[in-house]
Structures are given as C-alpha cells and as structure tokens.
Design a protein around this ligand. Structure first.
Ligand SMILES: O=P(O)(O)OC[C@H]1O[C@H](OP(=O)(O)OP(=O)(O)O)[C@H](O)[C@@H]1O
Ligand SMILES: Nc1ncnc2[nH]cnc12
Length: 188
C-alpha cells in the first residue's frame, strides 16, 4: 500500500545529506555540489519543493496585498524548481537562458561566474512592467548569474522581490552583489 504524503519523514537536514560533493569538477579547485541525488528520492524532493513553496508563499503574503506575478528560473538547474513554485504561487513561469537558446526579441546581459564568463537572455515580452518576480536557481556561488538575471528583469521594468536558492556557498559572498532579498535552503 502506498503511504500518504503526511508520512514523509524527510527534513531539510536529511535532504542536505543527499547533496554529493565532487572535488575538482568541472575544473581544479571547484568543489561541485551535485543536487541530483535529491531527485532520486521522491520523498526528499517532495520535502524540498514543499519547503521552498512554503517559504515563497509566506514571503508573498508580506507584499502588501500584491502578489508574485512571475517565477523566473535560471538555465539550467533553476528549471527543475521554477515551474513547481510557479504553480504553487499561481504565477507564470519564465526562463532566463544562456545565449542562443531563446527565439524572438531578447534582452541580454553578460556576467562572470565561479568557472567562466557567459551571456544570459530573456524574451522581452515574457515579463510585464511592474511585475513582481521571484528568481529561483539551484545554487548561489559568486552571484554573477543571479545578478545578471536581476539586471535583465530590471531592464524590463519589473521588480525582483525575492531570490530563492536551494544551496548557498556562503564563503563566495554572492549575496553581497544581489539587490533583492535572498532565501537559501541549504548553506555551506
Ligand atoms: O553564483 P554563480 O557564480 O553565478 O554560479 C551559480 C550558477 O552556476 C551554476 O550554473 P551553470 O552556469 O554551471 O549552469 P547549469 O545550471 O547549466 O549547469 C548554477 O546552477 C548557477 O546557475
Ligand atoms: N560549486 C558548485 N557546485 C555546483 N554548481 C555550481 N555552480 C557554481 N558553482 C557550483
């Protein structure tokens, strides 16, 4: 017999224990945090997604009567969380993608990350002026990716109200270059 969701004994601590470290990937000196073991256990994933949704819903209730209009997920691992959060918040989901992946009229920004330089893009008509936006990604390292995303959303005349991450690598101080409030579930 299948058990009910209320019997889920996973906690954020036990979800954290599933994150696997890979030293020197994708290059020397980087300690890569692999979140995919969480996805191999549906109860761990359920615990994590519910936690993030609860955090976002609690935050959105403090927006003085306005709501979160859009969840923006960052290419690629932000896409694992964005659509679920958007459904729970009754908001639209919008991708920010690496250069060359999106069609139509785009707005672009370049940025530096923990292991390289990149360009991200958003479809110009995907976000409306004045929209309240939640950005979600799997991991905050130097903050370069998320800062570029904040800049793109600002260029479109919208407001980033919250940046949400599964993992924050605190010693890289990524939060110092971000403008909007930050929630991270797992800190190292
Ligand atoms: O805070 P930062 O230093 O900018 O680094 C964080 C970003 O780096 C990783 O993505 P990556 O560019 O490796 O792409 P992927 O999600 O496609 O693997 C991660 O998923 C974040 O998006
Ligand atoms: N250390 C890291 N582990 C996993 N993803 C990352 N993205 C940027 N830095 C990372």
């Amino acid at each position: 017999m299948s058990s009910s969701p209320t019997e889920n004994l996973f906690t954020i601590e036990s979800v954290k224990a599933l994150v696997k470290d890979y030293p020197d990937f994708p290059k020397d000196g980087i300690l890569f945090k692999d979140i995919f073991p969480i996805f191999q256990n549906h109860r761990a994933l359920d615990c994590l997604l519910n936690h993030m949704a609860d955090e976002a819903i609690t935050f959105s209730k403090k927006l003085n009567g306005s709501k979160i209009d859009a969840v923006v997920g960052l290419d690629a691992r932000g896409f694992l969380f964005g659509p679920t959060l958007a459904l729970k918040l009754e908001a639209k989901f919008v991708p920010i993608r690496k250069r060359g992946k999106l069609p139509g009229i785009l707005v672009s920004a370049s940025y530096e990350k923990e292991y390289g330089v990149d360009i991200v893009e958003i479809q110009a008509d995907s976000i409306n002026q004045g929209d309240n936006v939640l950005i979600v990604d799997d991991l905050l390292a130097t903050g370069g990716t998320c800062r570029a995303a904040e800049d793109l959303i600002k260029k479109l005349g919208a407001n980033v109200v919250l940046n949400q991450f599964v993992i924050e690598l605190c010693e890289l101080n990524g939060r110092d270059i971000l403008e909007a409030p930050i929630h991270s579930v797992i800190k190292y």
